[in-house]
Design a protein around this ligand. Sequence first.
Ligand SMILES: Cc1cc2nc3c(=O)[nH]c(=O)nc-3n(C[C@H](O)[C@H](O)[C@H](O)COP(=O)(O)O)c2cc1C
Length: 305
Amino acid sequence: MPIDLSVEIAGLRLTNPVLASSGTFGYGLEFAHLVDLNSLGGIVVKGLSLEPMEGAPAPRVCETPSGMLNAIGLQNVGVRAFVAEKLPKLSVYRTAVVANVFGTTVEEYCEVLRILEDAEGVAAYELNISCPNVKRGGLQFGSEPGMAAEVVGAAKRAISRRRLWVKLSPLVSDIGAMAWAVAEAGAEALTIANTYPAMCLEVSTRTSRIASPSGGLSGPAIRPITVRLVHEASKAVKIPILGLGGIEKPDDALQYFLAGASAVQVGTAHFADPRASERLVKGLVRRCEELNINKISDIRCGFRP
Ligand SMILES: Cc1cc2nc3c(=O)[nH]c(=O)nc-3n(C[C@H](O)[C@H](O)[C@H](O)COP(=O)(O)O)c2cc1C
């Protein structure tokens, strides 16, 4: 019997549970000459803002022990150029295209979503709430449940065509409370989690190793911390969770499933191997055969405390 890797995320059927994560796989098209995009469960595109953004000065990334620090500054072409130039090219692929959305005000989030609502070829929205709210003194939307619920509620009211996934920040005191608040406000799936705020200094020059003083930590170093966040969130809410953080190998992904995830995303691993997601799909088939798992969705929450 072939292994059934298909999963369902809030009504959206994916052929397999592996998606490329936002910001680590461009708009997907850049990888089309290297990767069979149809082999992926989905592609979450680079975060989209209302206007194009140039991003932060270089260097934007540096290697850290078992990880990577980045401060890209959310560089992107802007939602209108994405709809006009990228989406039509993506439409030839069968893989699900998920639009990652951000803004600095609630109104901006909603405006980006309204523009996407008029476009064809988007499978779902992923709201990145790890962004500063400029009207509230630069606090992150995703750092406080009340503020997170406000932006999620407004986003939900702005859309009708597609499901709303919400990507949480890992930097919260109670991930269960945050997951619950966001689900109550209308989130239909959660992506857990974004990068961890971190610093990396060059002692000889007394400067940051990237141009920005601090950035976001990702890669294998964060995996055990995020697996726990997924586990805690899965106890608090019933909506599906997409887990990500440091996934490279099949067992990394399977840990997330056991902890409560319904699908996974691959991020930093693409920097070492652009085919990391494609390889993970193949590796999962082999590993499931070894472990006698016929249907991947069956092992969700299979962790035995
Ligand atoms: C270079 C880089 C850019 C990223 N850009 C975004 C982004 O635009 N929107 C977003 O929601 N997450 C962004 N992320 C976060 C990743 O999607 C992912 O949540 C995080 O890196 C943890 O997964 P990983 O350890 O597999 O990389 C970015 C991460 C990296 C490394």
